[in-house]
Design a protein around this ligand. Structure first.
Ligand code: NAD
Length: 281
């Protein structure tokens, strides 16, 4: 997709942080934006902000982990704007806890919101894009999924975000020749409200809001955080230029080279050695 102006877009988690930044940027480039969020009041604030800046937007409440809620939101979005050809499944939730301390509900919540929140949107919005012969998904994963050793005490979230990376890159192969494109956004070090607000948006079936702030483990120092509005133009660049993957902080090149590549290369060296020994014997 080369043209964003005039297209209808939906951004989940649009009421805060990175989602708000992407919604503002899409509107600035002429898209008609559905700001979707489980906290409908926050989605409405962002939609109003877009309208105040001269853009076009509506707000819709939606729990991305609940297919019925996603389908109901899509019906309202189609009523307002017709087929939605830019879909940004960005909503996410996290926690930093050791596996020995997490309960069933927390694992289910984190997997359902992050990973299923993306798959639900692909499944439900793809048919309209295929019918139109164009469209673009940009799903928010995380550097935690791209460099899984980076942040400790983050197993369910890392699993979900690595799953999103796999899903989006595999989807790209499936969509070859259809005119529909996809990008995985490995979000990294963004100023957001996740630390402060995470506990307020847990859906009722996973226990509802709870009273606990996220504590980043003491043996992990995240890099300085960037303003989502500074980063958001990277997302529209990826749409216009059909990029498979996007990362929001160059600092992680070094971490990828130092932490992830050696693990993969060791596995290849070991398998080479295994077959070399076997073939000799
Ligand atoms: N902030 C970072 O440094 C960082 C790093 C890596 C990845 N990410 C990812 O970026 C994305 C955006 O997060 P953010 O940092 O802007 O955090 P944020 O807390 O500011 O925004 C997340 C938004 O998602 C919404 N949300 C949560 N659960 C939902 C649900 N079930 N249905 C619909 N909406 C829901 C929240 O209400 C909130 O508006 C997430 O996928 C997150 O995992 C962020």
């Amino acid at each position: 997709m080369t043209e964003i102006a005039g297209k209808a877009a939906v951004v989940t988690g649009g009421g805060s942080g990175m989602g708000r930044g992407i919604a503002l940027q899409l509107a600035k480039e002429g898209a008609r934006v559905v700001v979707a969020d489980i906290i409908a009041a926050n989605a409405e604030k962002v939609a109003q902000e877009i309208r105040d800046r001269g853009g076009e937007a509506i707000a819709l409440g939606c729990d991305v982990s609940d297919r019925a809620s996603v389908r109901a939101m899509k019906a309202k979005a189609n009523e307002a704007y017709g087929p939605i050809l830019i879909v940004i499944p960005n909503a996410g939730a996290t926690s930093f806890k050791r596996m020995k301390d997490v309960d069933d509900t927390e694992i289910d919540w984190i997997i359902q919101v992050n990973l299923m929140g993306v798959l639900n949107f692909i499944q439900i919005f793809l048919p309209d894009m295929l019918a139109a012969g164009e469209g673009h998904f940009v799903a928010s994963a995380s550097v935690a999924g791209f460099i899984p050793t980076l942040a400790p005490d983050h197993v369910p979230y890392t699993a979900a975000k690595m799953g999103i990376i796999g899903a989006m890159l595999n989807l790209r192969r499936e969509l070859e020749g259809t005119g529909v494109q996809s990008t995985v956004f490995t979000v990294a070090s963004i100023q957001s409200n996740m630390g402060a607000n995470n506990s307020t948006y847990r859906p009722a079936r996973f226990g509802g809001p709870y009273d606990e702030k996220i504590e980043v483990p003491k043996n992990f120092t995240p890099p300085p955080r960037k303003d989502p509005e500074e980063v958001a133009p990277m997302v529209t660049f990826a749409i216009r230029n059909n990029r498979p993957m996007l990362i929001s902080d160059p600092i992680h090149r070094k971490n990828f080279e130092e932490q992830y590549l050696p693990i993969a290369m060791q596995a290849f060296d070991d398998v080479d050695a295994f077959y070399a020994t076997k073939n000799k014997g």
